[in-house]
Design a protein around this ligand. Structure first.
Ligand code: DX5
Ligand code: ZN
Length: 216
């Protein structure tokens, strides 16, 4: 089953309740946490995410684009995010952190920026419930999909299959009706879409369209 997780980064932050209601037919709400340090943009932190969790009709998929993940990520599991993604580039001890997130009941997920290879993590895959391959440089919505990342998605899927693991493979950045086919063909099964959902006339229709295209 392919998951569609709209990113609220492209939503109207002055009406989060209304914007979350629009994506009730999606699988999870993708919550981009940025600290103006790991990425050159700033969104929100635990107090706001905790309120979002309380009013969201669907579980939260937190994507932490923040420095010092070892210290800063566990709180997002504690406040009830169903999935917590931290960046490989921001974690000193990714295995220890993944185990901590699992212990706290979250899906433990490892993200890789476009220039970060999957190869150093191949033997560690079993420590994670999900791998997130970024297909734009993290920091902003509405950027162009980077086709150069497609081989990494395919290599990651092959490694997951070869190890006989059940790990979700999430792709984030520039996913739209135009690119979803290539992303799914490469092996992704969790699709994040920000501008393609919130920039559409009707979010529910855009979600349904992505589901249909992903299943083709
Ligand atoms: C980018 C964020 C993405 C972003 C995707 O740093 O991690 O989740 O919202 O936006 P689109 O789908 O517009 O590329
Ligand atoms: Zn994201």
């Amino acid at each position: 089953m392919i998951e569609i997780n709209p990113s609220i980064l492209s939503s109207d932050f002055s009406d989060l309740r209304g914007e979350l209601a629009k994506i009730a037919t999606a699988d999870m709400a993708h919550i981009d946490v940025m600290d103006n340090h790991f990425v050159p943009n700033l969104t929100f932190g635990p107090p706001v995410v905790e309120r979002i969790r309380a009013i969201s009709p669907i579980p939260l998929d937190a994507h932490l684009m923040i420095a010092d993940a070892d210290r800063n990520a566990p709180v997002y599991a504690e406040i009830g995010c169903a999935s917590v993604t931290f960046h490989a580039e921001a974690a000193a001890a990714p295995v220890r952190l993944a185990r901590e997130l699992r212990r706290l009941g979250a899906r433990a997920s490892l993200a890789l920026k476009p220039a970060t290879p999957i190869e150093p993590y191949i033997d560690l895959l079993g420590e994670f419930d999900q791998i997130l391959i970024m297909t734009v440089e993290p920091g902003f919505g509405g950027q162009k999909f980077l086709d150069v990342c497609l081989p990494k998605i395919a290599r990651t899927r092959q490694a997951i299959s070869a190890a006989n693991l059940e790990i979700r493979l999430q792709v984030d950045g520039g996913v739209s009706a135009d690119t979803v086919g290539r992303v799914v063909d490469a092996g992704a099964d969790v699709l994040v879409a920000g501008s393609a959902v919130y920039g559409a006339e009707d979010a529910a229709t855009a979600i349904a369209q992505l589901r249909t295209l992903a299943a083709d």
